[in-house]
Design a protein around this ligand. Structure first.
Ligand SMILES: Cc1cc2nc3c(=O)[nH]c(=O)nc-3n(C[C@H](O)[C@H](O)[C@H](O)COP(=O)(O)OP(=O)(O)OC[C@H]3O[C@@H](n4cnc5c(N)ncnc54)[C@H](O)[C@@H]3O)c2cc1C
Length: 505
């Protein structure tokens, strides 16, 4: 219910703004008004508060896509660890749900359970400080993946960050964190040295191998369940002339070539472990009317860390006679993200409140059985409007660094999964029945692949639709969920952090 009390905003620096806005009506709930009134004076000078309808609120709450979005009526843009603590404490006192937000790219069922929530917007905490020995960095909890890659690069460094410029860095890391460099250095979670974590009781602790080590284990794979990361210490590596260049080619195939393409692709990646550390495949099954007005095409990205791609990887695909093939392009780490349409200015990076995008992830051992890929492609092709722009994404990152880390050493449960496949069900947002039908299509597409794989479903937490079981998300070994649940009861007994792929105790 919208209240009509006067806008109450703010920490000291935003005082002027609050005064200027003082005559504006407050459109949030009375609860939001009370929270804002109590919180404002406690916040640091650089923090700000946005209430529903105030200038800046829209930008502060913009999301990558609208399906399952949280509903928020108050935003605190935090600037310090203490701001996070105050926000949690006051929200708890008023029984107000709260949610950390960094890039706004989360899209999973639980988020929609946030009703009239407080958004703890992390974008005021984006610092990067390189340690004197050049082997680690201390990073603010609200930085975007692309910003982090840029900051490292400016310092002559690199590390694993998510492929998409615009996602936050912390959220991918807390769920595992896939990225172009994982073949060399492991997952993002594997590069976490320590994190400052504000807990549900509004106190902040350090988690690391030597401090709250059990929780440190949980934070690396299921981290969103336990607290808000205000800052983290992260491993970084020297950029060298040998490792800073990347080369890619994009080969586009017609749908009837699918079997040949994946027969060849299977000789390079997958469970036989022939994939070298430098090689990545990235495939999109999508519409491209400039190439084929009737059917989706297979856009196959060959990505290689180096200034050229060895012909043993390119030639067999060229021999299949693609409709088009870009010349090899040599670029840097961020250039690879641009190439696969998730760079800073790319369409898949941007926020939208009109295009729904449901993701239905499954991890596979290889591109097999190929007959199931065919069935999946044909099913995708058969989706009627408004789902007819849906797509499938297949990511086959190199795994050497990931699989060098012992399976049981973190809560990330799927180190054996060689490729990340996800149907993307896309449609104009706004009709619940259309959402429901979209879910059915997403499930059907995924089920074809899961059933044919002979393995139980493993779904990457950060891509999860939220309609997966706990085992499918956090691992089928009983001890994993037992440990996560025990820690959840200990550190978040009221389930305040239950909105993002929540662990059910
Ligand atoms: C286009 C696109 C590309 C992607 N590419 C990759 C990729 O290359 N690798 C990969 O691993 N994943 C990738 N993902 C998945 C991505 O990891 C998740 O969507 C993730 O939720 C995005 O984080 P965010 O900060 O942008 O989203 P938000 O919605 O802001 O955050 C998601 C959740 O994370 C939690 N959170 C956010 N900030 C913090 C914090 N500081 N402390 C504690 N919890 C926090 C909150 O629970 C929040 O609900 C991609 C997603 C999209 C849409």
């Amino acid at each position: 219910m919208a209240g009509t009390v006067t806008a109450v905003v703010v920490g000291a620096a935003a005082w002027l703004q609050s005064t200027l806005n003082g005559q504006l009506p407050f459109f949030g709930t009375p609860q939001a008004a009370n929270v804002a009134a109590q919180l404002g004076p406690l916040l640091s000078i650089n923090a700000s508060v946005f209430s529903l309808g105030s200038s800046g609120f829209e930008k502060a709450t913009a999301r990558w896509q609208p399906w399952q979005s949280p509903s928020t009526d108050l935003v605190v843009k935090v600037a310090t660890e203490a701001d996070i603590e105050h926000s949690i404490r006051v929200a708890n006192e008023h029984g107000k749900p709260f949610l950390a937000v960094s890039g706004g790219h989360g899209g999973t069922k639980g988020l929609s359970y946030v009703r009239d929530g407080l958004s703890i917007w992390m974008r005021g905490m984006t610092s990067v400080e390189i340690a004197e020995d050049g082997r680690s960095a201390t990073v603010g909890g609200g930085i975007l993946s692309g910003e982090l890659a840029e900051a490292f690069s400016r310092a002559g460094k690199q590390s694993v960050v998510g492929a998409c410029y615009c996602t936050g860095a912390v959220a991918p890391m807390l769920g595992g964190g896939h990225g172009w460099l994982q073949g060399r250095y492991g997952l993002m979670a594997d590069n976490l040295i320590s994190a400052r974590l504000t807990l549900a009781n509004a106190t902040t602790i350090t988690v690391s191998e030597t401090s709250h080590s059990d929780l440190f284990w949980a934070v690396r794979g299921a981290g969103q369940n336990y607290g808000i990361v205000s800052s983290f210490e992260y491993k970084i590596y020297d950029k060298t002339p040998e490792n800073e260049k990347w080369t890619y080619e994009v080969l586009t195939f017609r749908q009837h070539q699918l079997e040949d393409v994946y027969r060849v692709a299977n000789t390079m990646v997958g469970k036989d472990r022939t994939q070298p550390v430098e090689l990545i495949h990235f495939t999109l099954w999508m519409r491209n009317p400039e190439v084929d007005t009737m059917n989706r095409v297979i856009m196959f990205y060959l990505i290689y860390q180096g200034s050229s791609i060895p012909t043993k990887y390119t030639q067999p695909l060229h021999d299949l006679d693609p409709i088009s093939a870009t010349p090899p392009t040599t670029t840097d780490l961020l250039g690879v993200s641009d190439a696969v349409l998730v760079g800073k200015e790319s369409p898949f990076c941007a926020h939208s409140d009109t295009l729904a995008l449901q993701r239905w992830p499954v991890s596979l051992e290889s591109y097999t059985p190929i007959s199931a890929l065919r069935q999946t492609f044909d099913k995708l092709e058969s989706l009627p409007p408004p789902y007819d722009n849906s797509a499938i994404i297949m990511e086959a990152y190199s795994l050497h660094g990931v699989q060098a880390v012992p399976d049981e050493s973190t809560a990330f449960a799927d180190r054996g999964g060689n490729m990340l496949v996800a149907p993307f069900i896309m449609y104009p947002f706004g009709d619940r029945d259309v959402d429901e039908q979209g879910k059915e299509y997403g499930k059907e597409l995924r089920d074809i692949l899961v059933n044919a794989s002979g393995n139980p479903l493993n779904a990457y937490v950060n891509y999860a639709s939220g309609f997966e079981s706990q085992e499918e998300l956090y691992g089928h070994e009983t001890w994993r969920l037992e440990k996560l649940r025990r820690l959840k009861r200990e550190y978040d007994p009221e389930n305040r952090f239950g909105y993002y792929v929540g662990i059910e105790t």
